[in-house]
Design a protein. Structure first.
Length: 178
């Protein structure tokens, strides 16, 4: 079965849809906040030139989704599906960032729940690859029930922690009941 890496997913708070070229200005408005990137391996992603390259990479990935606040009807961040492997029955979810106004878990949990529910139609394992310095993102994936299973370099060669949620575990997680 072919994995749909850019679905349209809608929850109570968040609407996720494929990233479009026309989303650049609204998404950069979110990403230009230095605090978002302070624990990230690429700390200067708030700069227009660095974010521009990231945005183009996101478009080319074929798995990037933009997050829209359903009440305010504005772009609040982005996430991505990456490295689908039917043989390993796994996919990564990552590159997630949200506007500070939407930090605190509620929006991230709903985004991840929607993405996990979608992924588990196709795979048995979802991985999250998080920079070793990124305590904020580590806590976020731990809060949704992901388990640290080891370390490995990310696509940029940065040392990262790998977390996993399995389809068997998902049904027992609090996030699946939101």
């Amino acid at each position: 079965m072919h994995f749909d890496a850019q679905p349209i997913l809608t929850g109570r708070l968040v609407h996720l849809r494929p990233l479009l070229t026309s989303d650049y200005d609204a998404l950069y408005k979110v990403a230009s906040d230095q605090k978002i990137w302070e624990q990230h391996p690429i700390k200067d992603r708030h700069k227009a030139s660095v974010f521009g390259a990231f945005f183009q990479e996101s478009l080319k990935s074929g798995g990037a989704l933009v997050a829209i606040d359903r009440v305010a009807e504005c772009i609040i961040g982005s996430s991505r599906f990456h490295r689908y492997s039917s043989g390993e029955s796994e996919i990564e979810i990552g590159w997630t960032f949200l506007a500070q106004s939407h930090w605190g878990g509620t929006y991230n949990r709903e985004m991840k729940r929607l993405m996990l529910e979608h992924a588990f139609k196709y795979v048995e394992n979802v991985l999250f690859v998080v920079g070793v310095q990124n305590q904020r993102s580590q806590r976020a994936v731990e809060k949704i029930g992901a388990v640290h299973i080891g370390n490995r370099p990310d696509d940029g060669g940065n040392d990262s922690k790998v977390y996993r949620v399995t389809v068997a575990e998902f049904g027992n997680l609090q996030i699946s009941k939101l």
